[in-house]
Design a binder for this molecule. Sequence first.
Ligand SMILES: Nc1ncnc2c1ncn2[C@@H]1O[C@H](COP(=O)(O)OP(=O)(O)OP(=O)(O)O)[C@@H](O)[C@H]1O
Length: 299
Amino acid sequence: MSLSISKATKKFGDFTAVDDISLDVSEGQMHGFLGANGAGKTTTFRMALGLLAPTAGEVLWKGRSISYADSPYIGYLPEERGLYPKMKVQEQLVYLARLRRMDKKQAELGAQEWLERFEVPHYANKKVEELSKGNQQKIQLIASLLHKPELLILDEPFSGLDPVNVEMLKRAILDFQQQGATIVFSSHRMDHVEELCDNMSILDKGKLIVHGSIRDVKRSFGKQNVRLYSDADITLLAGLPGIEKFTPQRSGAVFRIADESVGQLLLTEALKLGPVRQFALEEPTLEEIFIEKVGRTDA
Ligand SMILES: Nc1ncnc2c1ncn2[C@@H]1O[C@H](COP(=O)(O)OP(=O)(O)OP(=O)(O)O)[C@@H](O)[C@H]1O
């Protein structure tokens, strides 16, 4: 395993922010970290990066604790933005890459390439504080990966971005993974985790309550959805045994079912009411799993 969090606990006084969590992220994986506000995501990242000492347990990268000496191999996009507001964009990117021991010429070329890729080359000589929040976020992402780290930790990389920029950054992060990087990111958007990640975990009040590959997490949840479209009044079907939730849709409904056999019963009963135009068994979304496990939606 390349990133290994082992029985890590962090207390602030009497308050336990992270409670005995163990988690492994293999080399080259993209891992999504979900959790409500205050669940302990940032605290876990800070422990992983050696910025906070765990109260108990340890966090290892390739078998060793991360220290300042590893900064050439590690990239971090912090939640509170960490750029110098008065420094010019290009100058700042090169300065930060140089701190991580990148060659000056390479850093200059790399910064230019990334600014072009993110469609902001005209901001190279502007001060960071003159940029919009979304554009500052692009610069922050470039700063975290310009030096080509092996491990990239991103704390809410997509916050404050419009949908077009979200797609642009997603693509860049995926490409970076394809070049071999190990990436962990936190997000309040479950669809982003669903789309980008191999593995995921959910933190709730400092505890790791779900952990695994997205496929396994969905399978072990057991429940499925049935999407059923019919012109008949299918609200009658909501009361069948094994139906856990009924969500009406235009000319149809989505039923949460306890297991697959309920789907067949639902189809049989729906056909008795009239022709069925569409019937599909769907796996649960991460959002449904999150709501059920954490009990609320504010991931
Ligand atoms: N330095 C600190 N001193 C005291 N309490 C802290 C400190 N840092 C974090 N906490 C507390 O630890 C808990 C976890 O915070 P953390 O920032 O790790 O959560 P998070 O999951 O990243 O939340 P968010 O999604 O809101 O960013 C919170 O209740 C927070 O108030």
